[in-house]
Ligand binder design. Structure first.
Ligand code: FAD
Ligand code: 3HM
Length: 382
C-alpha cells in the first residue's frame, strides 16, 4: 500500500494569522514552512483582548493551559463616560481573556515549533502565483500545494496576485503602551474602583480623549490612548502628559510611565479585499480583512479564519484544493465582513460610549464556534 505524499504549505508572515495557520496545518499532517520578513520572531505590540472565538481555536491547538497561565479575565468590562460608570459588563458567560501581544505570540511560536513547523526569520516573500509558487526577495522560488498570505495589511502576496482592495479611514486613532500595573498607586487615588477591571474611560468634553485601561496579567497593564487623528497634541508620541492627566487625573501614575515611552499613533482603517483567494493561494488575517479595533476582533477573526482554512484544505483532495478555497471563503467570510463593517461603524459613531458595548450583534463574532460542524447549516440551506 502506498500512502499519499505529505502536502506542503508555504506561509508568508509569522504574525498571529500565519502562526495559527501553521500550527493547524502541521497538526493535520502538512509539512509547513513560514517566512517572516523581520529578523526576529517576536511581536512588538502592547496588549490584546481575545474572545471565545479565538480561545476555542487556541484550545483546539492544545495551548489552553499555557495561555491561561499568562493571561487573565478581568471581573468586569467597565465603561465610563466623563468618569461616571455607565456599565459593568460580565459578558453573560462569554469567555474572554486579556494578555500581552508578546505573550500570545510566544505561545503560538512554541506550538508551531512543537508541531514541527519550519520558521525562517529574515525571509521576505516578494510574490506568489495562482499555481502555488512563491518567490522570495532573494529570487528563490518555492512550490507548495497551498500558499498562505498572512503578511499583514501591506501584503505582498495579495498585491502580487492583483487582488484589489479598498481602504476606508476613520477619524480616530490610537497609541498603545504596555506599562506596569501601578495598582497600589491607583487604589490610593480611587479606593472604590476595581482596578482589575477593563475600564474604558470615554471622554468627549472638553475634547475627545479616551483611555482604554486593560490589565493584561498580574504585572502588566495595557493602555490605549485614543484621540481624533486631527488632534496634534492628543496624538503626539511621546504623549503630552499634562494634557492626558488633565482629562484623566486618576490614571496619573500609569500615564507618567507612558510619557517615557516611544511609539506611534495608528489611524483606524478598514481594508476590504475583492477576494480571499486565487488558485492555490489563500489570504488570512489583516492581508484579507484588516479592521478597526472597536470590537477587538481583528486578531480573533485572523486566528479563526486561519484555523478553518487549515481544516477546509485538509478535508479536500489535493487536486480540488482551489475549489475548497472557494467554498471556504463563501462559508467563512460573511461573519468577518459583518464584523469589519460593525467595527468601522462603531469607530465612526463612537456609540459604544453609551455602555454595554459587548451585547447583541457586537458579539456575533465572539460567539462564533469555528469547531462546530453545523455552523454553516443556515448558509448551506440557501
Ligand atoms: P500582522 O500582525 O501584521 O503580521 C504579519 C506578519 O507578516 C508580520 O510579522 C510581518 O513582519 C510579516 N510580513 C509582512 N510582509 C511580509 C513579507 N513580504 N514576507 C514575509 N513576512 C512578512 N485584534 C483583536 O483580536 N483584539 C484586540 O484587542 C485588538 N486590538 C487592536 C488594537 C489596535 C490599535 C489595532 C491596530 C489592531 C488591534 N487588533 C486587535 C487587530 C490585530 O492587531 C490584527 O488584526 C492582527 O495583529 C493581524 O494579525 P496578522 O497576523 O494578520 O498580521
Ligand atoms: C481592545 C480595544 N478595544 C476597543 C478599541 C476601540 O474602540 O478602538 C481599541 C482596542 O484596542
Amino acid at each position: 500500500m502506498t500512502s499519499s505524499p505529505r502536502r506542503h504549505a508555504e506561509i508568508s508572515g509569522a504574525g498571529f494569522a500565519g502562526l495559527t495557520a501553521a500550527v493547524a496545518l502541521a497538526q493535520l499532517g502538512w509539512s509547513v514552512r513560514v517566512h517572516e520578513r523581520g529578523q526576529k520572531l517576536r511581536e512588538e505590540g502592547a496588549g490584546i483582548v481575545l474572545w471565545q472565538n479565538s480561545l476555542t481555536v487556541l484550545d483546539a491547538l492544545g495551548t489552553h493551559d499555557e495561555l491561561m497561565a499568562g493571561s487573565m479575565t478581568p471581573p468586569f468590562y467597565e465603561t465610563r463616560m466623563q468618569n461616571e460608570i455607565v456599565s459593568d459588563e460580565s459578558l453573560d458567560g462569554l469567555r474572554w481573556r486579556t494578555m500581552t501581544r508578546p505573550f500570545l505570540h510566544s505561545v503560538l511560536l512554541k506550538a508551531a515549533r512543537a508541531a514541527g513547523v519550519e520558521i525562517i526569520a529574515g525571509s521576505e516573500v516578494a510574490s506568489a502565483n495562482e499555481a502555488g509558487v512563491i518567490r522570495l526577495a532573494d529570487g528563490t522560488e518555492l512550490e507548495a500545494d497551498l500558499v498562505v498570505g498572512a503578511d499583514g495589511v501591506g501584503s505582498n502576496v495579495r498585491d502580487s496576485l492583483g487582488i484589489e482592495y479598498t481602504r476606508e479611514r476613520s477619524r480616530d486613532g490610537i497609541s498603545r503602551f504596555l506599562v506596569s500595573r501601578h495598582k497600589a498607586e491607583l487604589q490610593a487615588i480611587e479606593p472604590d474602583t476595581e482596578w482589575d477591571n477593563v475600564i474604558d474611560f470615554w471622554n468627549f468634553e472638553p475634547r475627545v480623549l479616551r483611555v482604554l485601561y486593560t490589565p493584561a496579567n498580574d504585572k502588566e497593564l495595557y493602555l490605549a490612548l485614543m484621540a481624533p487623528a486631527a488632534d496634534e497634541d492628543g496624538t503626539r508620541v511621546p504623549i503630552d502628559l499634562d494634557l492626558w492627566t488633565s482629562i484623566h487625573p486618576q490614571l496619573a501614575p500609569a500615564l507618567e510611565e507612558v510619557a517615557h515611552k516611544e511609539g506611534k499613533h495608528y489611524g483606524y482603517q478598514t481594508t476590504r479585499v475583492e477576494s480571499w483567494r486565487r488558485g492555490r493561494v489563500a489570504l488570512v488575517g489583516d492581508s484579507a480583512h484588516a479592521m478597526c479595533p472597536a470590537l477587538a476582533q481583528g486578531a480573533n477573526c485572523a486566528m479563526v479564519n486561519a484555523y478553518t482554512l487549515a481544516h477546509a484544505v485538509s478535508d479536500a483532495p489535493a487536486s480540488e484544493l482551489p475549489d475548497a478555497l472557494i467554498d471556504w471563503e463563501r462559508l467563512e467570510r460573511p461573519y468577518t465582513d459583518r464584523t469589519q463593517d460593525r467595527s468601522q461603524y462603531y469607530a465612526d459613531t463612537r456609540s459604544m460610549s453609551e455602555g454595554n458595548q459587548f451585547v447583541g450583534e457586537s458579539v456575533e463574532a465572539a460567539w462564533y464556534d469555528p469547531t462546530d460542524p453545523h455552523r454553516h447549516d443556515a448558509i448551506r440551506a440557501h
